[in-house]
Write a protein that binds this ligand. Structure first.
Ligand SMILES: C[S@@+](CC[C@H](N)C(=O)[O-])C[C@H]1O[C@@H](n2cnc3c(N)ncnc32)[C@H](O)[C@@H]1O
Length: 302
C-alpha cells in the first residue's frame, strides 16, 4: 500500500463494530434507573450507550467522544433514540461538566476496535499505514512527529514509562539511527530488528509495548484521565455512580487511587471487576478490562 494514498474513510463507509465490554456489569454498576440522565464520556461505537438507553424509555444520555468518526457512527447507530441522546465532540478532559447533574458517568477508556481495525488510523503495526495514532484527527501532533522529532532521552522515557519496555534504550538507539519513519510497519520492523531473537519470537510482537507508549504519548492519555478524574465526581448527582473501565495498569492505578482518595466518593468495588472466561472467548478485548465503581456521597460539611 502506498502510504501517500492513505485517506480517512467517509462516515458512510464506516463500519463501527465495537462489542461493549462487561455490558451487564456496566449497567448494574451505573445503577441505571427510569428517568435518569447519564454521561457516556467515551461513546465510541455506542454499544454501552445503547444498553443504557434500552433500560427504560425515559432514560437520557449525553455522549462525548473526541473522535469525529466515532461520533458520526454512534449518531447513526443510535438514531432511533432521537433527542434522548445528545452528542458532543470533545475530549472528556475539556468538557464543561455541569455540577451535581448526572445519575451516572461512564468512561470506557482507550481506543475502540474501529481504531485498531482501520489501518489508516495508524494504531496497528499489522498493516502498513502512516504513523498517525491521533484519536482526535483535528489535533496536530501525530506519532510520526513523536518518533521523528522527540529527543532520544524523551523517547526512552515514554517507552519505559508508558510501555513498561525494558529494552527502551536499545530500541530507541536503533530508531534514532534509522529515522525518519513514515509508516507503522517500517517502525515495527526496526523495533523487531533491535531486540534479541528470543524477544522477537515471544508471546507478543516486540513492537507492542512501544506502540502502546506512542499512543499514550500522542493522545496524552494519562494527563486527560487525571483531569477527568478530578472533574467528573463533581458532576455526579448525590448517590450518582462513576464507572470506569481501563485496559492497562497505568490507567488502572490512577483510577484506583483517585476513587479511593476522593472526599466525595465511596468506592463500591474494593477489587476491580474483570471479564468472565466466557466473555473473553466471545470478545478478546475484554481480556485486559478492569472495571471500578464509586458512588457520590455527601461529606459531613456539605
Ligand atoms: C473503548 S472505546 C468506547 C466504546 C464504547 N463504550 C462502546 O460500547 O462502543 C473508547 C472511545 O473513547 C474515545 N476516547 C478516548 N479518550 C477520549 C477522551 N480523552 N475524550 C473523549 N473521547 C475519548 C475514543 O475515541 C473511542 O471512540
Amino acid at each position: 500500500m502506498n502510504p501517500d494514498s492513505l485517506k480517512s474513510l467517509s462516515p458512510e463507509e464506516l463500519i463501527f463494530s465495537h462489542t461493549p465490554v462487561l455490558p451487564q456489569e456496566v449497567i448494574s454498576g451505573l445503577a441505571v434507573r427510569a428517568g435518569g440522565h447519564y454521561l457516556d464520556a467515551t461513546v465510541g461505537g455506542g454499544g454501552h450507550t445503547r444498553l443504557i438507553l434500552e433500560t427504560a424509555p425515559d432514560v437520557k444520555v449525553t455522549a462525548l467522544d473526541q473522535d469525529e468518526d466515532a461520533l458520526a457512527a454512534a449518531q447513526k447507530e443510535l438514531a432511533q433514540f432521537g433527542d434522548r441522546v445528545k452528542f458532543i465532540h470533545t475530549n472528556f478532559a475539556a468538557f464543561n461538566y455541569p455540577p451535581d447533574s448526572y445519575d451516572g458517568i461512564l468512561a470506557d477508556l482507550g481506543v475502540s476496535s474501529h481504531h485498531l481495525d482501520t489501518p489508516e488510523r495508524g494504531f496497528s503495526f499489522r498493516k502498513e499505514a502512516n504513523l498517525d495514532m491521533r484519536m482526535n484527527q483535528k489535533q496536530s501532533l501525530t506519532a510520526a512527529d513523536v518518533i521523528n522529532h522527540w529527543s532520544e532521552a524523551d523517547l526512552v522515557d515514554i517507552f519505559f514509562k508508558y510501555g513498561e519496555e525494558r529494552l527502551s534504550r536499545r530500541i530507541v538507539r536503533r530508531i534514532v539511527e534509522k529515522r525518519p519513519f513514515k509508516t507503522t510497519t517500517q517502525l515495527a520492523d526496526t523495533i523487531a530488528s533491535a531486540v534479541p531473537a528470543k524477544y522477537r519470537h515471544g508471546r507478543i510482537h516486540p513492537a507492542t509495548r512501544v506502540f502502546q507508549a506512542l499512543r499514550i504519548a500522542v493522545n496524552d492519555e494519562l494527563k486527560v484521565l487525571e483531569t477527568f478524574l478530578a472533574k467528573a465526581p463533581l458532576a455526579l448527582a448525590p448517590n450518582g455512580r462513576l464507572v470506569i473501565i481501563s485496559f492497562h495498569s497505568l490507567e488502572d492505578r490512577l483510577v484506583k487511587h483517585s476513587l479511593r482518595d476522593s472526599p466525595i466518593l465511596q468506592v463500591v468495588t474494593k477489587k476491580p471487576i474483570i471479564a468472565t472466561e466466557e466473555e473473553i472467548i466471545q470478545n478478546s478485548r475484554s481480556r485486559s478490562a478492569k472495571l471500578r465503581i464509586a458512588q457520590k456521597v455527601m461529606s459531613a460539611e456539605c
